[in-house]
Design a protein around this ligand. Sequence first.
Ligand code: SF4
Length: 267
Amino acid sequence: MKTKKKAPRRAEALRLYVADLGKAPVQRYAKVQKTRNRLIPIGNVDVDIEHLVERTFLCDRHRCIQWTPHDKKADAKPLIDRSCCSHYTVPVTDLDRDKVAEILPLVRKRLEKDHPLVLDESEPPYDVQDDFSFAMRERESGACQFVIYEKGLTSCAIHKTCLEEGLDPWVYKPLGCSLWPLAILDYEDDDGNDRMLLTIYARATEGLFESEPDGDSADESSFACLVDKSPDYDPMYRSCKEVIAHTFGDEFYRKLDVAAQKHLARA
Ligand code: SF4
């Protein structure tokens, strides 16, 4: 009988070494978290327990912006806007563009009279980036052009339009906006399977994301909602229930809730 020839040990070690060097940060991170039992696998999605289950979160738009005058909210103007909508350049996919184009006539009614999208209806709401991808056009301040400031509160004109018109905001807002601070990354595991990691933009996960030349970063210290991890708030996954169910389905959310509750009961 012919015996199978084994690869020389040194060649095998070199192959593994080169493969390891070529791994993306998300592959390494997912592997470490898996080894530590810090992932909840649901279908082809791995949920990051540390950030989705053990961490609490509350989105409170009053905390993102400092206003003047401080006491008269009816006339308040934004002084310093540290909201996610002013911090990031928002990537826009083909699907996002179609949905925004659909709702734009209704959104225009909620924008200021001298807003560029109102003054010239042929104006596109996007800019083409150096790599030919699309990004939401920004105001001079750096905030997204759909940010509206009124009565001491900031809102998204698309979100507001949906609520007032009885439409689903998760369908019309760019997915990247709806998800934040959640992040979805795809990766290939050691067996060559395509998987997704559901985590968040935080200091601990910063190495997973490419830092942008325009200064965008995942640094959580910029956001009050990420700094404040009060135990009185819900776990991250529960605070983001609607968008998680919209993105992955109700059944996915139900499984996540069962697994997360088990984990929290053990902790
Ligand atoms: S589209 Fe809306 S949610 Fe997205 S960045 Fe602009 S204002 Fe914020």
